[in-house]
Every structure is written in structure tokens, then in C-alpha cells.
Design a protein around this ligand. Structure first.
Ligand code: ZN
Length: 172
């Protein structure tokens, strides 16, 4: 990978790949894509526009000869909806009052399959997100998953019950 290519990756991903004397290659690339001189202290404020302007170069870089690889885009997926949003539609009545769980008799209106289908069709498309959570300490030896509250015998990367990826303590 050339320094110029590293500059492209660095611009698009914000992962630092050029330091010391090589930083000027990155700086020059930024000035090229912005079409103007850029002061070093400006770079932090320009992260968004740098990402946008370097995107085409980054995608070009990802292409492998004749096989063009379409990078994954965090765009809404046509067939994906949010489970929690769907449940909300059936958890609150039209006045916004919560319908108690499992209290089907209290459901304010009879709802037919046609309406259920309409509600599900009207939900906006979302981008699926990885399921993540934190370990909850259980006196050191065992780990409780913060997502499903079940016991794991080791503090691993994933909960073996629900598959959630466990984040580090300082990770948001
Ligand atoms: Zn779990």
C-alpha cells in the first residue's frame, strides 16, 4: 500500500496510518480533495467533510482488479424493521397508555390480522445493529449477561446464551 493510499484510508476511516514526516502526505491529500490550503488545527473540525470527499477514492481502493467489491453501507435495509418499535405498536393503546404484558383481555380493541399486517408494513426500515451489552459482575467468578440476564461461567467476548457481544467497561 502506498503512502497516498494510506492517506485515503486514513481520511475515510479516521484511523491514523501516517505519522511523523509521513503525515504531510495525508495533509497534502486533504488539501487536494478540499481544493484549498488546510491548517493542521482545522483537521479535527473537518472530519465529516473529509470523509465525504475521500469516499470515492476509498471505494476505488477497495476494488480488487475486475472484481468490484461493494462496501457495506449503513443504509436502511428494505426488509428490516425494529422489534422494539413493532412491540410498541401493540403495547400502547391509542391514548398512549401502556397495555400490561400478557393482559390480552385488556387490549382496548379487537385487532384483526389485516390491521396487524398494515402496522407491520408501515414501520420504517432500519439498519440492523449488532446486539451488544455489558457483563454484570457476580462476585467475580461468574458473569451475568446484561442483555438476557443469564449466567455465563466465563467473561468471554459473547454471551453464550443470547449471542450479544459484550463490550468493554469503558466502551459506550
Ligand atoms: Zn445474553
Amino acid at each position: 500500500m502506498t503512502d497516498r493510499e494510506k492517506a485515503i484510508v486514513m481520511a475515510y476511516t479516521e484511523i491514523c496510518m501516517l505519522t511523523g514526516d509521513k503525515f504531510q502526505v495525508f495533509h497534502k491529500y486533504i488539501e487536494d480533495i478540499l481544493g484549498r490550503p488546510v491548517m493542521t488545527h482545522e483537521l479535527a473540525f473537518l472530519a465529516d467533510v473529509i470523509k465525504k470527499r475521500s469516499k470515492a477514492d476509498f471505494i476505488e481502493l477497495c476494488k480488487d482488479g475486475s472484481d468490484s467489491i461493494e462496501p457495506l453501507e449503513p443504509e436502511p435495509c428494505g426488509d428490516a424493521v425494529s422489534r422494539s418499535e413493532a412491540l410498541k405498536k401493540f403495547t400502547y393503546n391509542h391514548k398512549g397508555e401502556r397495555i400490561p404484558d400478557y393482559d390480552c383481555d385488556n387490549f382496548p380493541v379487537q385487532i384483526d390480522i389485516k390491521t396487524v399486517k398494515e402496522i407491520l408494513r408501515d414501520l420504517p426500515s432500519v439498519t440492523p445493529q449488532p446486539k451488544t451489552g455489558h457483563w454484570i459482575d457476580d462476585d467475580g467468578d461468574n458473569a451475568i449477561c446484561g442483555c438476557c440476564n443469564r449466567l455465563n461461567h466465563l467473561y468471554g467476548t459473547y454471551c453464550k446464551h443470547c449471542g450479544a457481544r459484550m463490550k468493554a467497561r469503558d466502551e459506550e
